[in-house]
Design a protein around this ligand. Structure first.
Ligand SMILES: [Zn+2]
Length: 260
């Protein structure tokens, strides 16, 4: 039995796992208490492991761990929410992989980010339950909130170069400068992304709304590629290299998005 002073518990979402040794796995977790962290799950690749089902990617679980010299070892796991549709429906899987990858790529281990834990679990819940047509907006709202939580909130009301309030006309966006540029400043700066006024309005609405209010926004189908493209451009710039899962998600969407 481990010494009780060396045990602790975490509320966690499994971001990903990798095989370790003969039967073990190293899990990358996003936790309420410690942000992103890693732990060792012993014996979970054995056929009859009782822990294995609680430790699948996307699963929200309460974990009991024992400190060790290296990674903490998971001694017990209880599923809080399995989000089963995220495993059974390929389109939902692709969206879930994307939001999990963003949480993983944008964080370092052991940063205290309880708001991001709540955002992630709320988002996984929505991706598991809402109609397919809503998953696009769930993901965009998640991106905007994630940027907020991590201190990358883009400026969408004033020109980031001259500081003037933006007029209701088409604008530009600079990832490097972290926000929108008026037409005069936008034409003088290189590597800017044009953004139409309706797209900018939708982004502003997402930025200042809770989910209930955001979900009532009429996100016109023709605006979606522009808004998604702009957020992707900004997120990719911040990460300094491309994400893997958007390409997979686009592939699934092209196939119709129905489960195999
Ligand atoms: Zn300006």
């Amino acid at each position: 039995m481990p010494n009780p002073s060396h045990t602790f518990s975490l509320e966690a979402v499994v971001l990903r796992h990798s095989d370790w040794g003969e039967a073990d796995r190293i899990l990358t977790l996003f936790t309420l208490q410690q942000g992103k962290t890693r732990a060792l799950a012993k014996g979970v690749r054995k056929l009859r492991s009782r822990k294995a089902g609680h430790l699948q990617p996307f699963t929200r679980a309460r974990l009991f761990l024992a400190r060790s010299r290296d990674l903490p070892i998971i001694t017990q796991a209880e599923t809080a929410e399995a989000y089963l549709p995220l495993h059974d429906d390929l389109l939902r899987t692709a969206f879930a992989l994307y939001v999990v990858e963003l949480a993983d790529r944008f964080t370092y281990e052991n940063e205290d980010l309880p708001n991001l834990f709540h955002l992630l679990t709320d988002t996984l819940g929505r991706l598991a339950t809402l109609p397919h047509d809503d998953l696009w907006l769930v993901s965009r709202w998640y991106e905007v909130r994630l940027l907020d939580i991590l201190g990358f909130r883009p400026e969408l009301f004033q020109c980031v170069s001259c500081g003037r309030e933006l007029k209701p006309e088409d604008q530009f966006f600079s990832a490097q400068m972290g926000g929108a540029l008026c037409p005069e400043c936008g034409t003088e700066v290189t590597a800017v992304f044009p953004v139409s006024m309706p797209a900018l309005r939708l982004l502003r609405h997402l930025q200042r709304s809770g989910w209930m209010e955001a979900s009532r926004a009429p996100a016109a189908a023709e605006l979606r590629p522009e808004v998604e493209g702009l957020l992707q451009y900004y997120l990719t710039y911040l990460l300094e290299r491309g994400l893997n899962s958007p390409a997979f998600l686009r592939h699934v969407q092209r196939q119709g998005g129905t489960p195999a």
